[in-house]
Design a protein around this ligand. Structure first.
Ligand SMILES: [Zn+2]
Ligand SMILES: [Zn+2]
Length: 112
């Protein structure tokens, strides 16, 4: 168990993305083939990413839990992660970037 974990340990984003995850991801993608955030806005857009609402680092026990997964397009996926980083204390370069871009990324009440 520990060996397998060590073998697959990449950076924090890659950790835990094994064969079990591939299976669960495929089920979720088949169930919700559209970006869930776009769908709420009335837009039909195919998913690019199956996102963990609670990150694997935060809740490794929910890694394969369907209720913890969200189908998202790249754009909405990036938005969620940017907001998350902001919430945790954004790195300076992100704050500078947000200022240059002229818009601040305001974390919504319900993220994660
Ligand atoms: Zn979207
Ligand atoms: Zn994600």
């Amino acid at each position: 168990m520990q060996e397998r974990y060590d073998a697959s340990r990449g950076n924090s984003n890659e950790r835990g993305y094994d064969a079990d995850w591939q299976k669960v991801r495929a089920v979720k993608a088949a169930q919700d083939p559209l970006c869930e955030t776009c769908a709420r806005l009335g837009i039909d857009k195919a998913l690019d990413v199956v996102h963990h609402i609670k990150s694997i680092e935060e809740r490794p026990d929910l890694r394969l839990d369907m209720d913890n997964l969200q189908s998202l397009c790249t754009e909405h996926h990036e938005k969620i992660h940017k907001a998350e980083r902001w919430r945790r204390g954004a790195p300076d370069d992100l704050i500078v970037f947000a200022r240059i871009a002229g818009r601040f990324i305001i974390p919504r009440a319900r993220i994660g």
